[in-house]
Design a protein around this ligand. Sequence first.
Ligand code: CTP
Ligand code: CA
Length: 227
Amino acid sequence: VEAALMDGPLRGKHVLVTSGPTHEPIDPVRYIANRSSGAQGTALARALSALGANVTFVTGPADVPPPGGVTVFRVQTAQQMLDAVQAALPADAAVFAAAVADWRVASASDKKIKKDQKGSLPVLEFAENPDILATVSQMKKGRPALVVGFAAETHDVVDHATSKRDRKGCDWIVANDVSPETGIMGGSENAVTLISEDEAETWPRMGKDDVARQLAARIADALGGNA
Ligand code: CTP
Ligand code: CA
């Protein structure tokens, strides 16, 4: 491992990775979240580190533990994730694998919301969370040379992911089909299409660790670290 760290193609490069879900509080005992184990982001951080990168790993509450040998920042909410990402910059590359909640509860209650004895239901008002990937992609100063997003889609995967890439301004989007019939969501495999400015390359379905190793190798190529 030590030799790999010394000799890898990403030695001397700082790569930021976000991973896992975010939890947006409703009250002290309840939250809203996306489904995400954090497995793909964790595998990616491990693969980048194995190529010698200095990895900063910003993670929401994931099911899997973070890899060893990386700098870990644990967060709960999207706003905290954005703050941690901005504090960790500059970076040579940034990969946004987190499943960030799109909305938070506009004013979370600081006390547990109790059931109304007359049966009236709570109404939650939402506010939109900051888009971390778009924020970093559109930085005027200090933008990482390579910004990579993920797009989990259930239909028209490549179309949706291609327009997401354009809208957010990232360099690459890793699109994956998470429609229920694929069984991808929550599993150990992934079927991805890597979308860049001029091509969409579909990879065979493979383990998340293999997706991570291939993507890390691509990132190393893009950063010109093959010396
Ligand atoms: N992302 C982010 N911050 C957000 C939302 C998303 O950084 N508030 C990042 C994710 O980590 C991912 C990419 O943006 O890399 C795409 O996320 P996705 O949820 O697919 O995109 P959205 O723009 O939120 O679109 P959708 O309506 O499909 O959820
Ligand atoms: Ca979203």
